[in-house]
Design a protein around this ligand. Structure first.
Ligand code: SF4
Length: 856
């Protein structure tokens, strides 16, 4: 065993510190880093199980040109030639990069420099456009610079925390734990504003289940109510904020409480309670994320929130700030280097003096002079044949973009597509002419910035496998072959970081808060030892001076957009234990236990109206496409609204593809797609049989049937299936070996188990009616040395215990086990459940779910 390496979790924007201790060739023990300020040693379920995701299963280990293994030299030559040729023949705007909040700051910096300074186009955008670009636009409009004013310590010091469009308990669990701790320590009040009653909302003092999309009306109403309650800060407004003419008149005229309650579909009393709480507590943090940003009015929503903080002077002070929290590990680093098409570099826009400044710094021959194509426009340009060469890095737009079917069609027509990825087979990779093996977490070396502006090192603890290389090296190599060797000649990643730092400081003179002067000049040793470092002051704008020409912040007049009245509206989002398209988290059997299939969640009244019951399959249809989900009936949904997860791909199921459903409409300011408000219909999908398949090993399986969804389990895979016709064809999916089969033609059931030297290799259970056995006992037999009796019964002789759905991924505890313990031992608190069963005592991600079971 080697010494632990300090690195950073690769999943969400909380940016937790991780201690990784290598225990074998590709095995590692993971612990939270007690010295990292973001998490102080805590990790959520995803971070805790990072060790299950570092294997080489499915990895891309060599460059590929088409289906042929190639050398790096060949791949670099062809990429440089095709990009140079397109830029020279058709123009620089005929090429594009689509990168990702998963890549490191140094990778982002090199990609941005190559595209905007040397190819000469603004066409580099990132999947962060889909995550938080409306927050960026709102910061620019209000502050003059894309700066998050808050830090995590503000959550510890707030008296009131307002979560808007943020299922924090699931999506940013370590931030949630801080909120829990603040509530326990100092009675911090919590308001959750979310159409869904999520596990986060379940635990709030007040939950406002507002009509989806009505956030601007709500925060304008709050502003008017604060004015009526004399809770504004006239001195702060006079000294530090520019207010447009007629602003207050319009807000007050449009936003009386009755009108706000009607627009937002909220009880007037709840609304007044919210207004009273905000008026009462100057130490208020408003934390917002994708529920705000992923909207065609996302920028206005964020500015409506920021307006409240500016008008009350609640910004730049302990426990008082608007706080945009990002989804991805390095969306912030991407924002800093200019990885969005709408910015130039180092928090500079495309103003002529900035283009000149950056051009001189880079000694660049072909500076882009204006913004490039934002993500949705970029893929539309691909579809229209305007993009001749496209390089996609560490993201899967064929799944994750809105109207993903159109994105696939566009990729299929693009003359030249390069995909850099760690996985050999992704939905997007299938459209690539060249695939490059990238380094994965544990091999990557560089920096990331988290949601509170803290720069942390991601350090490697494994050597790159096969021929995998860092993205920045691949980019620099291509740049060199395109004739720019001198500008891309770094010998190490530390040199790239140093250049990025120097650019932030170059002719800055206090104009931009992003200034990494203190980090300039780090040598290899200093860069290697870099400790988590926040840029800017702890609380930005604490001195009341903003990054605008006159130093004042801007109130932005925003008006609620009309809301469509759909019979059924689709919302999309994340599951607690999965990340993006599951290319890494999907490898972990424990993380897969939380939700093994994609569900469509609907209100019980909608279920009755549509003739659906729990566990039916249903087809969700929108103008863009359709996909199939298992039905989950829950009164946590508002009537007329459905929720589906974003994680499933062609690799993991035939249905559940959320990206096919939303349209490509975007926020007019930020270009961020509005994933949350799509008109849809939902109808029952009948099949002649249902089945499940358990197989040893990690081989990918793609059954030919109406519907299937696969999940990792200990020792193998579980595939849920449904279809028509003769299910016996599924037996071809079972491995070779000694077969045991039971057929009940009267009931239409088929059960087959396959053994090899006495060990279970696979099992198939099919039912035309009636029920299928529980999966857990059969799955456990994959890990046993000998197959017991009872395989075809699907349970151990005499066994009837069913744990129910897994709640605690760390200790493998199911809902029924917890409910039984609560009843038998009269448990009344999450702590007592933890003492009895250990559930909830490690990462804590399941504590909201345990609290819900106690309250049930
Ligand atoms: S909250 Fe969880 S997923 Fe996010 S950085 Fe921390 S450990 Fe990773």
């Amino acid at each position: 065993m080697t010494a632990a390496v300090s690195t950073t979790c690769p999943y969400c924007g909380v940016g937790c510190g991780v201690r990784a201790t290598v225990t074998g060739a590709r095995t590692v023990e993971i612990a939270g880093d007690p010295g990292h300020p973001a998490n102080g040693g805590r990790l959520c379920s995803k971070g805790t199980h990072l060790g299950e995701t570092v294997g080489l299963e499915g990895r891309l280990l060599h460059p590929m040109i088409g289906d042929r293994r190639a050398t790096w030299d060949e791949a670099m030559d062809v990429i440089a030639r095709r990009f140079s040729h397109a830029a020279a023949r058709v123009g620089p705007d005929s090429v594009a990069f689509y990168v990702s909040g998963q890549i490191l700051t140094e990778d982002y910096y090199v990609a941005n420099k190559l595209m905007k300074g040397f190819i000469g186009s603004g066409n580099i955008d990132t999947n962060s456009r889909l995550c938080m670009s409306s927050a960026v636009s709102a910061h620019l409009r209000a502050f003059g610079e894309d700066v998050v004013p808050a830090c995590y310590d503000d959550l510890d010091q707030a008296d009131l925390i307002v979560l808007v469009g943020s299922n924090t308990a699931w999506c940013h669990p370590i931030v949630w734990q801080r909120i829990e701790a603040a509530r326990a320590a100092r009675g911090t009040r919590l308001v959750v504003i979310d159409p869904r009653r999520t596990e986060t909302a379940d635990l709030a003092d007040l939950h406002l289940a507002l009509r989806p999309g009505s956030d601007v009306a709500l925060f304008n109403g709050l502003l008017a109510a604060l004015s009526a309650r004399n809770a504004l800060d006239p001195a702060y407004l006079a000294a530090h904020v520019a207010v447009p003419d007629g602003f207050w008149h319009r807000v007050i005229a449009d936003s009386d409480p009755a009108r706000t309650a009607a627009t937002c579909d909220l009880p007037r009393a709840d609304l007044e309670t919210f207004f009273d709480l905000v008026a009462a507590f100057p130490r208020t943090v408003t934390l917002f994320s994708q529920g705000v940003n992923q909207s065609t009015q996302g920028t206005d929503k964020a500015n409506a929130i920021i307006n409240v903080h500016l008008a009350t002077g609640r910004i730049g002070k302990p426990g008082a700030a608007p706080f945009s929290i990002t989804g991805q590990p390095n969306a912030m680093g991407g924002r800093e280097v200019g990885g969005l098409a709408s910015t130039l570099a180092a928090h500079m826009d495309f103003a002529a003096e900035n283009v000149d400044r950056v051009g001189r710094f880079w000694n660049a021959p072909h500076m882009a002079t204006g913004p490039g194509l934002k993500a949705v426009d970029l893929f539309q340009a691909v579809g229209e044949g305007r993009i001749k060469a496209l390089w996609i890095m560490a993201t899967n737009p064929a799944v994750s973009m809105p109207d993903a079917g159109a994105v696939r069609a566009a990729l299929a027509t693009c003359p030249f597509v390069v995909v850099s990825d760690v996985m050999a087979d992704t939905d997007t990779g299938r459209f690539a002419h060249v695939r490059l093996p990238a380094t994965a977490w544990g091999e990557k070396d560089g920096t990331v910035t988290n949601s509170e502006r803290m720069i942390s090192r991601q350090r490697p603890f494994f050597p790159p496998p096969g021929e995998a290389r860092p993205d920045w090296r691949a980019l620099a190599d291509v740049a060199g072959r395109m004739g720019h060797r001198a500008a891309f000649g770094w010998r190490s990643v530390a040199e790239v970081f140093d250049e990025h730092s120097r650019l932030t400081a170059f002719e800055n003179d206090g104009a931009r808060q992003l200034d990494l002067s203190p980090l300039i000049g780090l040598d290899e040793t200093g860069y290697g030892a870099l400790q988590p470092t926040r840029w800017g002051s702890v609380r930005a704008f604490a001195d009341g001076r903003f990054s605008t020409a006159d130093g004042r912040a801007r109130m932005v007049a925003v008006t609620q957009a009309p809301l469509a009245a759909n019979a059924m509206t689709l919302n999309t989002g994340r599951y607690r234990d999965q990340w993006h398209t599951m290319s890494r988290t999907g490898l972990s059997p424990r993380l897969s236990q939380h939700r093994r299939e994609p569900l469509v969640e609907i209100h019980p009244d909608d279920a009755v109206r549509l003739g659906l019951v729990e566990n039916h399959l249903a087809t969700a249809t929108t103008a863009q496409g359709c996909s199939v989900f298992r039905v989950s009936v829950t009164d946590a949904q508002r009537r007329g609204e459905a929720f589906v997860p974003i994680h499933w791909t062609d690799r993991t199921g035939s249905g559940g593809r959320a990206g096919l459903l939303p349209d490509a409409s975007v926020d007019p300011v930020s270009g961020q797609p509005g994933f949350k408000l799509t008109a849809m219909t939902l109808s029952r999908l009948e099949t002649e049989w249902r089945a499940f398949l358990i197989v040893r090993g990690t081989r990918a399986i793609a059954p030919d049937c109406v519907w299937w969804a696969a999940a990792a389990v200990a020792g193998g895979r579980l595939v849920e299936l449904a279809g028509d016709g003769d299910p016996a064809v599924l037996e071809a999916l079972l491995p070779n070996g000694e077969r045991m089969t039971a057929v009940d033609r009267a009931r239409g059931s088929l059960r087959t188990a396959v053994l090899n030297e006495g060990r279970l290799q696979g099992a198939l259970f099919v039912a035309r009616g009636g029920s299928l056995p529980g999966r857990d006992w059969l799955i456990a037999q994959l890990s046993e040395a000998a197959a017991p009796a009872g395989l075809l019964a699907g349970r151990a002789p005499g066994q009837t215990v069913d744990r129910g759905p897994i709640v605690c991924a760390c200790f493998d505890v199911g809902a029924r086990t917890i409910l039984a313990a609560i009843a038998a031992q009269s448990l009344t608190t999450v702590t007592e459940v933890g003492t009895a069963l250990s559930a909830g005592t490690n990462c804590g991600s399941c504590r909201p779910a345990i609290a819900k079971l106690i309250a049930a």
